[in-house]
Design a protein around this ligand. Structure first.
Ligand SMILES: Nc1ncnc2c1ncn2[C@@H]1O[C@H](COP(=O)(O)OP(=O)(O)O)[C@@H](O)[C@H]1O
Ligand SMILES: N[C@@H](CC(=O)OP(=O)(O)O)C(=O)O
Length: 458
């Protein structure tokens, strides 16, 4: 059995849904299908999930949001009528969406998750209905009935280990199973969504649970590229990439596959393939345990913005037992997660996602670090980007850091921090956010030279 996930771009309108259903029907082993909510139909369009978020926020703030609600209804109405689905289908969807208008004013975060999840839930109903009109035995599956149990952190659910046993029973069901992505239920029965882009996570969990022969993730590009295709035209295609490389690149900004989607598939050793709904015969990108890295040492280059760093210096820090622990404990007590912490003899930098910090929190942390750790200097710097070179082959290659640093110097980019992951699969540079794109381009030119591209090494 194959598990297939179709992203929002693959389900944006009736024409795309027709393509998706053809892909499903072309291969009898594609039986467990995960769908996202309809995505953008064109560049300036708005994804259904974003329409729903605007709707939910307005309901919370003003008690009603009729125009925003109608915008969501219109998207489904257009799809259902173009697919010529029986009127009961849109009737059921409108009834589901009407329930969202009757919020009782309690638990606004829980309400937002219910609102967001309705995007995938209704889309799964549409896809199942359309497949039935084509004569295929398709059933909509409710994640609660199927046992997709998750933790209760709204907007950031994590699958619970006990979910897998129940989900494995899906294998025994007949016909095509259409499963809405992006959400599950807590033990207490509360709907909770994964973080944004989380339908990839649902697909990976299901693939692991049913021990799928393959997890196919359908999107709108022919493959994963060595660099974001919006930054470099026609970048090198990645044919094979390891789970670890993909995990690092997803973390660092490859939005094509959710960073949390690798672990379930990896642990269950399920091969993953990223493919294009608009060009399904293209081989796509395979995510594998091992790859031959002799031809391509650097697998990919990514960047992400929105980081800040807390710089702390104190003479003889290296000799002070427990300094690092006490510093990180302050962050823990302030409910902050940190990403990295490169250090020197007398100083240490802690890098965080800056959305976690408010001005008040920053002031409190700085004052606690000063007063409790008696440091010489502490300051916070915002708007950093992390630029990451990733490749399993880097571990055994001499001179990668030197080449990267030289390329950045030639591009006149100031490196504010360098960090090499302990596994030596990644090399990370902290730069100003405004330099991130140029840094990626400079590194791409260094590691993917014209002549190599023309030799067909990519
Ligand atoms: N390195 C990369 N390789 C391929 N696509 C990338 C990369 N980095 C960013 N992307 C973007 O990811 C997009 C696909 O992800 P997403 O929009 O989440 O798709 P879906 O709606 O199918 O889930 C592509 O259209 C592309 O613009
Ligand atoms: N629809 C959700 C979940 C998702 O995975 O979407 P997509 O497949 O379009 O990235 C979101 O926009 O976050």
């Amino acid at each position: 059995m194959k598990v297939c996930k179709f992203g929002g771009t693959s389900l944006a309108n009736a024409e795309q849904i027709r393509k998706v259903c053809q892909i499903i029907l072309n291969d009898g082993t594609r039986r467990l299908i995960v769908v996202s909510a309809p995505g953008k139909r064109y560049q300036e369009d708005i994804k259904v999930t974003d329409l729903l978020i605007t709707f939910g926020r307005k309901v919370i703030e003003h008690g009603q949001a009729q125009a925003e609600w109608q915008a969501v209804v219109d998207r489904y109405q257009e799809i259902c009528s173009e697919l010529q689905l029986p009127p009961t289908c849109i009737g059921e969807i409108i009834a589901n969406l009407q329930k969202l208008l009757q919020w009782d004013g309690e638990d606004s975060e829980g309400f937002m998750d219910v609102v967001k999840a309705s995007g995938e839930d209704n889309c799964a109903r549409v896809v199942a209905e359309y497949l039935r009109t084509l004569g295929a035995p398709a059933t909509y599956i409710n994640p609660r009935d199927a046992g997709l149990l998750v933790s209760g952190e709204y907007g950031n659910a994590q699958v619970l280990p006990e979910a897998y046993e129940k989900l494995a029973l899906l294998k025994e069901k007949e016909g095509l199973l259409i499963f809405p992505g992006f959400f599950g239920y807590t033990q207490e029965g509360k709907l909770t969504t994964f973080s944004r882009g989380g339908s990839d996570v649902t697909g990976s969990i299901l693939a692991a649970a049913v021990r799928a022969e393959l997890y196919e993730n359908f999107t709108d590009v022919d493959s994963v590229y060595a660099v974001n295709p919006h930054l470099v035209p026609n970048p090198c295609k990645i044919k094979e990439i390891t789970y670890r490389e993909m995990r690092e690149l997803s973390y660092a900004g490859f939005s094509v596959f959710h960073e949390e989607a690798l672990i379930p598939a990896f642990r269950a050793e399920i091969p993953v393939c990223i493919k294009n709904t608009n060009n399904p015969s293209a081989p796509g990108t395979k995510i594998v345990t091992r790859r031959d890295n002799s031809s391509r040492i650097v697998a990919g280059i990514a960047s992400d913005v929105g980081f800040c760093r807390i710089y702390v210096s104190k003479y003889l820090m290296n000799k002070e037992i427990g300094f690092g622990r006490r510093l990180l404990q302050i962050l823990e007590e302030e409910h902050l997660s940190y990403e990295h912490s490169p250090s020197g003899i007398d100083d240490i930098t802690v890098i965080l996602r800056q959305h976690q910090l408010t001005k008040e929190k920053e002031a409190r942390i700085v004052s606690r670090i000063k007063n409790e750790l008696h440091v010489d200097d502490v300051h916070v710097q915002y708007n950093m980007a992390l630029v990451m070179l990733v490749g399993e082959g880097m571990r055994s290659s001499v001179g990668i850091s030197a080449r990267a640093a030289t390329a950045l110097a030639i591009a006149d980019i100031n490196i504010e921090m360098i960090n090499q992951g302990s596994s030596e699969v990644n090399l990370m540079f902290g730069v100003r956010a405004g330099d991130a794109d140029n840094a990626v381009i400079a590194l791409y030119q260094e590691f993917y030279k014209e002549e190599e591209l023309s030799l067909g090494i990519c």
